[in-house]
Design a protein around this ligand. Structure first.
Ligand code: HMG
Ligand code: MG
Length: 296
């Protein structure tokens, strides 16, 4: 019983670029975002309000928000109170908060234990909801942690539940270092859909071991119809060793369209966005669809 329609949440401008060592010109980022929206993408993570000392690539976050395309939900990430205060100084109306199920990973990524992050974020979620924000919760290391290994499903479910009780609109459940396999994807997403039927649930796969497309197929079978993907397969968290690119938007869209599942995305126009970002990044784009259709 597969869905007939899937929502793609493009994370290229944020996850895709945050790990790039040399700074990508702000104007190039803005053009990339505009072209992604023009290809039919309706939801996108465009930047993050994190410490510029930790992630210099995202230091132009406030400027990027000014380029948020009309007609698409532009989401910005924030890790803490300071990040949310910076967001509140902009016109943004959609925030993604992020926390790791793994305590060790959370300390490496956000410099505090998971419990402390949650204590800080709970009142922030109520405040953002009162201010009419769309609030998304990104759940990192939902399957595996580079420091702690396999994460029990019960731990992931329990963190998801905390966010749902705090009032978020969406859970984005992430295989941060691309270690999950389809049986694990099916099992965790079936459990989350059964236990937490209310908010939207999105799957976020990194493709480190090339299992992401298979994991998406398994998640579809578990009832998931929302996927975080990154144009060109860019991406990775700088504080998670082994986190290579996100699953590529173009490969996911190709697969879904061939399966008769609508995404609303025009692959030719998506190529134009990838053509814009390709010269600005340090590695070649090696995704299947992009390679096979030739560089324009
Ligand atoms: P910290 O050093 O513990 O922060 O970092 P602090 O509270 O001690 O403050 C230190 C300095 O940073 C202070 O400035 C603060 O004002 C400033 P100073 O007095 O030194 O001049 N500061 C900030 N500045 C700007 N924006 C802020 C902010 N917060 C503090 N928000 C902090 C704590 C959370 C800031 C740091 O750890 C950080 O920025 N981490 C971000 C890590 C990150 O961006 N990771 C990647 C995104 S998550 C991801 O990719 C996973 C995901 O894709 C899902 C998946 O695949 O798993 C979502
Ligand atoms: Mg990620």
């Amino acid at each position: 019983n597969l869905p007939t329609k899937v929502t793609i949440i493009e994370v290229g401008p944020r996850d895709g670029l945050q790990n790039e060592q040399s700074f990508v010109d702000t104007e190039v980022k803005k053009k990339f975002i505009r072209q992604l929206a023009a290809s039919g993408i309706k939801e996108m993570e465009i930047t993050s309000f994190v410490s510029p000392k930790w992630v210099p690539q995202m230091s132009d976050a406030a400027e990027i928000v000014q380029a948020a395309p009309a007609g698409a939900r532009s989401i910005v990430l924030a890790p803490n109170r300071r990040g949310v205060d910076r967001v509140l100084d902009t016109a943004s109306k959609a925030v993604a908060l992020f926390v790791g199920v793994s305590n060790t990973f959370n300390k490496k990524n956000i410099n505090k234990p998971t419990k402390e992050s949650m204590k800080e974020l709970r009142p922030i979620i109520s405040e953002l909801k009162k201010k009419d924000f769309f609030v998304r919760a990104c759940i990192s290391t939902a399957f595996y942690c580079p420091y702690e290994g396999r994460i029990p499903e019960a731990d992931t479910l329990s963190l998801c539940r905390e966010f749902v009780e705090a009032g978020v609109d969406e859970l984005s459940v992430a295989d941060t270092i691309g270690m999950a396999v389809p049986t694990e994807s099916f099992s965790l997403f079936s459990l989350i859909k059964k236990e937490l039927p209310e908010p939207m649930v999105t799957a976020h796969f990194h493709d480190t071991r090339r299992t992401a497309l298979a994991n998406i197929f398994a998640a579809l079978q578990a009832g998931i119809d929302r996927f975080d993907t990154s144009a060109g397969g860019l991406g990775g968290c700088p504080f998670a060793p082994g986190a290579s690119g996100n699953v590529a938007t173009e490969d996911v869209v190709y697969m879904l369209h061939r399966m008769g599942i609508e995404t609303g995305i025009d692959l030719n126009k998506l190529r134009e966005a990838i053509d814009t970002i390709a010269p600005a990044i340090s590695r070649p784009i090696d995704t299947g669809y992009y390679q096979l259709t030739g560089n324009s």
